[in-house]
Ligand binder design. Structure first.
Ligand code: GLU
Length: 486
């Protein structure tokens, strides 16, 4: 039975990188009829906060990455929070000490600093020199019992190749001489990450550890711990780093890294999931738009890339716009309910009219974020619009005041005698104006579009006219003429 885990540290808001890792674990578990376990790694007592834990738990659910087992859910392997598992870790620490696989180290901060400086001076690699490795265990124990402070270090073999077959990176080998006897506990009852993560992975019967590449240097250390404790080692997959556009590691300074910022900014959970899935993975057929079901079906660790994945916000917008379009087409009522929080206070409470507009193919593909809906559609609900006259003029298309006036007056006459039955019919009826006024189509229709919307960007004029209705259309054209002649 495949069992994977998602073990965030609650030291910050639900992070984009954590979400991507959770997604890949989720997809791998689903694909293999396995289980995704959710647990919290809160050994860093100072930085761990309840509010961050709550944000991560809520975020997983918002994205549809609901775990099968773990914190807030339950299961046979709890508790699912490291702060509640100390007794277990203490037991394993004791076992390692008893078997002389770990030892106490009494080095003070100053001593370690001195060691470091000396090594730098001698151009040696900076690492713990093992000065307590051969201390008499009974003596060390007595010193600790007498109240002296000591960390616990794992005894790392001198000459050992540590190799694993990474699902993403292939065979990876690290030589143990690159590692020092690293610290696994600050004191006997204060275990650190390497020990706790290994203990949890073992006790929770995790079969596959799928996590970011930033953890790759932890893997050999953790493998040594599995071995020292006499346990089977799980399989590993290290996911590529997520990068800013300048190829540096994704950072808060250059991109927002909190999942909520994207959801609150109008990205659909489905759009974000699709985008995250492609941050380091793709199918061989280059498909780009996926539902969660399709991802579950097609995801394969073997197709995860080794190279870092650039966090491209334009791609996110495009993917999201495709999901918005598909959801409108599939069921406008459900979509409207999702979009509602983004419309409240910005558009009047006229769901039927809004849904009609959303369904119009001229609109459905225009929104890259839910926040853009109100911006785009407000033009149909505003009573009075106003703008600077320059909006109606266009140097590049040679629209000066005289031409704008001619175009608008021509359009006004046509609109007056027209039935507003469909956007196509309106477009057809206006076409002859090009010949009648001896103007270019752009000169007429761009001016009319600007007059009807009062905005730089808007849908085409015939769609605007249709949904504004005849009365409002005439009113806005008249208003535009008055702006020019005033
Ligand atoms: N707690 C670690 C983190 O949030 C995850 C460790 C792991 O996956 O082994 O980065």
């Amino acid at each position: 039975m495949v069992r994977v885990r998602i073990p965030p540290s609650p030291t910050g808001l639900f992070h984009i990188g954590t979400a991507r890792t959770a997604l890949y674990n989720y997809l791998f578990a689903k694909k293999n009829n396995g289980v995704m376990v959710y647990r919290i790694e809160d050994t860093d007592k100072e930085r761990s906060k309840d509010e961050f834990e709550a944000d991560i738990s809520a975020g997983l659910n918002k994205l549809g990455l609901t775990p099968d087992e773990g914190l807030n859910i339950g299961g046979d392997f709890g508790p699912y929070k490291q702060s509640e598992r100390t007794d277990t870790y203490v037991k394993y620490l004791q076992k390692l000490l008893d078997e002389d696989k770990a030892y106490y180290c009494f080095c003070t901060k100053e001593e370690l600093e001195e060691m470091r400086e000396e090594q730098i001076k001698n151009k040696q690699p900076v690492r713990y020199d093992g000065r307590y490795a051969n201390a008499d265990p009974a003596e060390s124990k007595a010193r600790v019992e007498a109240g002296e402070k000591a960390v616990i270090r794992l005894r790392v073999p001198n000459d050992k190749e540590i190799t694993w077959n990474d699902h993403v990176r292939g065979e990876v080998t690290i030589h143990s001489k690159e590692l020092d006897d690293f610290v696994i506990a600050r004191s006997q009852d204060d275990p650190l990450y390497h020990l706790t993560v290994v203990a949890d992975d073992h006790d929770m019967e995790i079969t596959h550890v799928i996590r970011g590449e930033d953890h790759i240097s932890n893997t050999p250390k953790q493998m040594l711990l599995f071995e020292a404790l006499g346990w089977d080692i799980p399989e590993f997959a290290h996911l590529p780093l997520i990068l800013n556009e300048d190829k540096t590691k994704l950072s808060k300074r250059k991109n927002s890294t909190s999942v909520d910022d994207y959801l609150d900014g109008g990205i659909l959970p489905e759009g974000l999931i699709n985008f995250l899935a492609l941050l380091g993975w793709n199918t061989s057929d280059e498909q780009e738009i996926f539902t969660m079901e399709e991802l579950t079906d097609k995801f394969d660790l073997g197709h995860v890339h080794k190279a870092g994945a650039v966090f491209d916000l334009k791609r996110l917008d495009w993917i999201n716009s495709e999901h918005i379009k598909a959801q409108i087409e599939a069921d406008v009522d459900t979509f409207y309910d999702k979009a509602k929080p983004f419309l409240e206070g910005k558009l009047p409470d006229e769901p039927e009219k809004i849904k009609e507009l959303l369904k119009d193919p001229d609109f459905a593909g225009r929104f890259s974020k839910l926040t853009e809906i109100a911006e785009e559609l407000s033009v149909f609900f505003e009573e009075d619009i106003d703008y600077d006259k320059s909006l109606l003029l266009h140097e590049k298309f040679k629209v000066d005041e005289a031409i704008a006036q001619k175009a608008l007056e021509g359009a006004l006459a046509k609109f007056e005698s027209l039935e507003f039955s469909s956007s196509e019919a309106i477009k057809e009826a206006m076409k002859p104006l090009v010949e009648e006024l001896e103007l270019k189509p752009g000169q007429i229709f761009m001016t009319v579009r600007a007059a009807l919307s009062g905005k730089e960007k808007s849908p085409n004029f015939s769609t605007l006219a249709l949904y504004l209705g005849k009365e409002k259309t005439l009113e806005r054209i008249n208003f535009a003429i008055s702006k020019i002649v005033e």
